[in-house]
Write a protein that binds this ligand. Structure first.
Ligand code: AMP
Ligand code: GLY
Length: 414
């Protein structure tokens, strides 16, 4: 089996390595890939999206796996183009990927199908936003488009809201687009992953990610500074509530709206005093949750994804260990506002944990930083205590100039 995995970060390396370890022994190809991914996978010699499609046809790829979201909604959409040339794709078509690409589309979907979520108003202008906030703080402002996890601001007061509104509507930091003003919800967050195949689904191992830059959930939102994953993260009762009130209605809603879906679907939830509510959908696995979840996966992910992409749901092909997995992210200087490249990374040889490269490059000086999030250091254990102790101890061995790491991953909110 030949599998092309689309993306280049730590999530894609975790997917590539897990797919590669499948008993069916697939050959893995990567686009655009990274130096680290290409130690396991073969880099696809293509310069752009058209080149990728042509390469997959010429090389008779059996399965395309969408790691990241951008290609799902680029041009005609990755899955749409795969369908046109007869390549099964694990990842939804463009029309369904609007669940992630447009916060307004997602909110309307949630409300239409009676799925619990915060109230919201969509606005197009600065003054409309101020009116929609109506002086009620904290408020949550969400840019209505892909913004690499940085288009959301939780604003405690008018000054912070006005600053974000200036970025969106005056500086146009994320480009043109509308904005959702959303009700502020409280409670711990949890990331639930579904593998969706038309009207069927499997709920995978839950995880929690840590979005703020600094210890104690302080500082700006990031793409994620760490994650913890375990089947024990949510009680069977909570998982049942989530399935009945959120996952099953979402899958029914997709069917009712004529939105085809085969692929991972990420439910970002907040466990509010009124029960679990959806904060966001993502049409892919989470990053860094994927780096934490994949080492717990047993079975044959490659055959599972191929079957699913063909519309043959095969939940018996995968399962998850009962233990815990903890992922600590090392980010480069300046992240998340900026990032720093070219800093030499030390200590990788001494690190006795799974290491996934989020943003690195291999040079004659060794591995160097090449992006905001640089490395994911991941450890497993039978207990939470063991997994987090190992993950932090091993992450502490790795260093580079200006490295940033949270010391409370899997300690806080547990
Ligand atoms: P999102 O990109 O929509 O997941 O938002 C990023 C982060 O902002 C979430 O993980 C939450 O921590 C926070 N957030 C988003 N929506 C809300 C909300 N309605 N109430 C409180 N916090 C929120
Ligand atoms: N960990 C958050 C995300 O993948 O969007």
């Amino acid at each position: 089996m030949k599998i092309a995995v689309i993306g280049k970060g730590g999530r894609e390396q975790a997917l590539v390595e897990t797919l590669a370890a499948s008993p069916c022994k697939p050959q893995i190809f990567s686009f655009p890939g990274s130096d680290a991914i290409c130690e396991t996978a073969t880099r696809i010699a293509a310069a752009d999206f058209d080149g990728l499609m042509q390469w997959m046809v010429d090389n008779q790829v059996d399965l395309c796996v969408a790691g990241e979201e951008s290609y799902l909604v680029k041009g005609e959409g990755l899955a749409n183009r795969c369908a046109a040339v007869g390549i099964p794709c694990w990842g939804p078509p463009k029309e369904s990927a609007q669940l992630e690409a447009s916060k307004e589309f997602a909110k309307n979907f949630l409300l239409r199908h009676g799925i619990p979520t915060g109230g919201a108003a969509a606005v197009a202008r600065y003054d409309e936003a101020i009116a929609a906030i109506g002086g009620k703080y904290p408020t949550v402002l969400k840019f209505d488009g892909l913004a690499a996890g940085k288009g959301v601001a939780v604003c405690p007061d008018a000054a912070s809201a006005e600053e974000f509104l200036r970025e969106v509507f005056i500086e146009k930091r994320f480009g043109e687009g509308r904005l959702l003003v959303e009700e502020f919800l409280t409670g711990p967050e949890i990331s639930i992953f579904g593998a969706i195949c038309d009207d069927k689904y499997l709920i995978l191992c839950p995880a929690r990610d840590y979005k703020r830059l600094m210890d104690g959930d302080e500082g700006p939102n990031t793409g994620g500074m760490g994650a913890v994953a375990s089947r024990q993260l949510a009680s069977p009762e909570l998982l049942q509530t989530i399935e009945e009130t959120i996952v099953a209605p979402t899958v029914r809603g997709l069917q009712a709206d004529g939105l085809p879906y085969r692929g991972f679907l990420y439910f970002g939830l907040m466990l509010t005093p009124d029960g679990p509510k959806v904060i966001e959908y993502n049409c892919r696995f989470g990053d860094p949750e994927c780096e934490a979840v994949m080492p717990l996966l047993r079975g044959d992910l490659a055959s599972f994804c191929l079957a699913g992409a063909r519309g043959e749901f095969a939940p018996e092909l995968i399962s998850f260990d009962n233990g815990w997995s903890v992922c600590c992210i090392l980010a480069s200087a300046g992240y998340p506002a900026s990032s720093h490249s070219g800093d030499v990374i030390t200590g990788l040889d001494a690190c006795n944990a799974r290491v996934f490269h989020c943003g690195t490059k291999k040079t004659s000086a060794g591995w160097v930083t090449n992006g905001g999030r640089v490395l994911a250091i991941v450890a497993q254990g039978e207990t939470l205590e063991k997994a987090r102790e190992t993950a932090h101890a091993e992450a502490a061995k790795v260093d580079f100039d200006g490295s940033q790491r949270r010391s409370d991953i899997a300690y806080r909110n547990m």
